[in-house]
Unconditional design. Sequence first.
Length: 247
Amino acid sequence: MAGHSKWANIKHRKGKMDALRGKITTKLSREITVAVRMGGADPAGNMRLKLALQKAKENNIPKENIQRAIQKGLGAQEGGNYEEMTYEGYGPGGVAVMLDIMTDNRNRTAADIRHLFAKYGGNLGETGCVSWMFKKKGFFVVNASEAKVSEEDMMMLVLEAGAEDFRSEDGQYEIITAPEDFEAVQQALQAHNIATATAEITMLPDTTVALSGDDAAKMMKLMDALEEHDDVQNVYANFDIPDEMLA
């Protein structure tokens, strides 16, 4: 993981979430339920559900859990009436932080999140205070050793499929797309049997804030605390922290 990488926080978040096995099943089950309620149970016509099912498969979520979440979405089972919202705020050193929230009690969640920001040297802000710093993008990571094609061929493949940006860094290829081109690029990779280490639609920062010392340590603790909260589905931030601290 490169400390100078614009997408370092994305990789950090994925690494942390991979470690939070106890939380993953709950978070993904909620996501599947809401995706079904909003767009139906057929992933072919419901991109949000398709991505949620893909993440569930990557994280080895049991099939019975997935089916139960789908049935909740269809109304066959009683389940929490989840409300979706976005929280925005600032971490240590002025880092911009955005949270995807899914909750059945917005007052409880707001109090919890405000407390976590304050505890680690940040503050919860008003709607719109940092969202302008992020863009919704498709994001892929491919391990170069598993790509089966040369770097040049990989670049041509994804750019022809509609990718906006391609970079090679630390033995990995990073691919950025517009959200509407995500599926076309994913299909192109699959057609060439190229496995992805990451494939998601996420929020990427336009700029980053360099952190070190105490601010960096507090930011890492804030990220961990937010990601561990049951009502937080995703955390996005624009910090840039040196390799040794991320490790």
